[in-house]
Design a protein around this ligand. Structure first.
Ligand code: HEM
Length: 431
């Protein structure tokens, strides 16, 4: 209902009936939405076959609508074809979605995170060992590590109380993932028995754990594991592409950690440069996960009809020159306090989405990213690979542009940094 007959937000001119179907490119639409933003403003409206869509190109607009008006914008678009699955990400806002989020958030609350350190560290040490043995396939090892952590956290928590059969099956599951290289593979599709896990869990009240586990399980098919993987690959790529920044991260670790042990979480707060490098890890989910307006709304003199799909263009926000001068430059210093310098807006306030549907795995993802990057670059120096003439193969950072972006693999070499690096890795892995 639009009593004052307010206009829709500006946007490209639609054709009759089909609307702007032809204007929205199939590939990399977020860059086109960013262009439209320069022309029409931070909030853009268009429609495809009468289905209204709004793109938010600025943090302010996303904050005003998705954060502040959470009672309206916490819903998800529902597609006719969507099957009745358990995925929290695509679930509409409801008592069920709130309950699932509550479980996820309590599992991944900051206070409980230390419970997961040993799993994260174990998988990261294994990654170090794998990189030591087989440096060329470093991407494979990162993927295995990320999948390993998700698997262990989804089931490992309960595994202690399960009989050996479960453990064997779980181990087999991990091996299956490894065999498949876990390359974008859907864990549940790979190992169908995982679907039945909730029934096996020793659950007292019959609701809590299955809800949580099922949701998490389903999420592993989607962007959560992918998001972490993308962030890891991006961080590694950035440090590889910039030897000076890599050296600075390593120098900081050498001072804080010393030379005879691998980093662990106890050093986390003492390494501002590493931490700030990881905060600037780029854009993983360029348009996040779409929200839906559950009722008519009005913003800045514009009309937003009920059931509009609302997308936060995280790509445009993280590349917004008003927030980040020279946005494509990897420059961790921009987030550090310094003389005459005010740290730029923390990108983590954008990267994990907005409002009541904001990513509940953010702290876990950040921890994985931290320990993996710290250990890898403490133990190894990454350099570009050489061609047959012995010349460095130039590093060109490119991305595969999907709903979750990944940097394309680079040809590079991981070499142990010190005489004792291999021994430290063996020692850690064999514990
Ligand atoms: C760097 C890694 C990650 C990034 C960049 C990321 C990003 C996001 C984004 C942008 C959203 C949508 C927020 C919105 O609706 O505005 C989201 C939702 C979600 N993420 Fe993540 N995520 C990451 C890691 C994880 C991890 C490790 C988990 C699981 C433990 C996870 C679980 C979820 C779930 C369940 C949702 C749906 C929440 C809901 O719809 O209520 N994510 N994530």
């Amino acid at each position: 209902k639009n009593p004052d007959n307010l206009p829709y937000p500006p946007g490209p001119k639609p054709l009759p009936l089909i609307g702007n179907v032809n204007d929205v490119p199939r590939e990399v639409p977020w860059k086109v939405f960013q262009e439209w933003g320069r022309k029409y403003g931070d909030i853009i409206y268009f429609h495809t076959f009468g289905k209204p869509i709004i793109i938010l190109n600025s943090v302010t607009a996303a904050h005003d609508l998705l954060d502040k008006r959470g009672s309206i914008y916490s819903y998800r678009p529902q597609f006719a074809m969507a099957n009745e699955n358990f995925s929290l990400t695509s679930m509409d806002y409801s008592e069920k979605s709130k309950k699932q989020r509550k479980y996820l958030q309590s599992y991944f609350s900051r206070q409980l995170l230390p419970n997961y350190y040993s799993t994260q560290i174990k998988e990261v040490h294994r990654m170090l060992y794998d990189v030591l043995q087989d440096p060329d396939n470093y991407r494979q090892h990162i993927k295995r590590m990320a999948a390993g952590i998700t698997m262990m956290l989804a089931y490992g928590h309960e595994v202690k109380t399960m009989d050996d059969t479960f453990i064997k099956i779980a181990e087999k599951g991990v091996k299956t993932i490894e065999a498949a290289g876990a390359v974008g593979a859907h864990i549940v599709d790979l190992i169908p028995w995982l679907r039945f896990i909730p029934e096996w869990l020793p659950v007292a009240d019959g609701t809590a754990v299955p809800c949580y586990t099922t949701a998490l399980l389903e999420e592993t098919k989607g962007q959560d594991d992918e998001g972490t993987l993308s962030a890891l690959e991006t961080a590694f790529t950035m440090l590889l592409a910039d030897p000076l920044i890599q050296a600075r991260v390593q120098a900081e670790m050498d001072v804080i950690v010393g030379k005879d042990r691998l980093p662990d979480f106890s050093y986390r707060d003492q390494m501002p440069y590493l931490n700030t490098s990881l905060a600037s890890y780029g854009v993983q989910t360029p348009v996040g996960v779409p929200h839906r307006a559950s009722e008519d709304d009005f913003y800045n003199g514009y009309y937003i009809p009920k059931d509009t799909t609302v997308m936060a263009n995280q790509w445009a926000m993280l590349n917004d020159e008003r927030l980040y001068p020279e946005p494509s430059k990897f420059n961790p210093d921009r987030f550090l306090e310094g003389e005459g310098r005010i740290p730029q807006f923390d990108p983590r306030n954008i990267a994990f989405g907005f409002g009541r549907r904001q990513c509940p795995g953010n702290v876990l993802a950040e921890n994985t990213l931290w320990i993996a990057t710290a250990c890898l670059f403490y133990a190894f120096k990454a350099t570009p690979a050489k061609d047959e003439k012995g010349v460095d193969i130039p590093i060109v950072v490119e991305y595969t542009e999907h709903a979750v972006r990944h940097p394309k693999p680079l040809k590079c070499t991981f070499r142990p940094r010190r005489a004792n690096s291999a021994a430290l890795i063996h020692q850690a892995f064999e514990v």
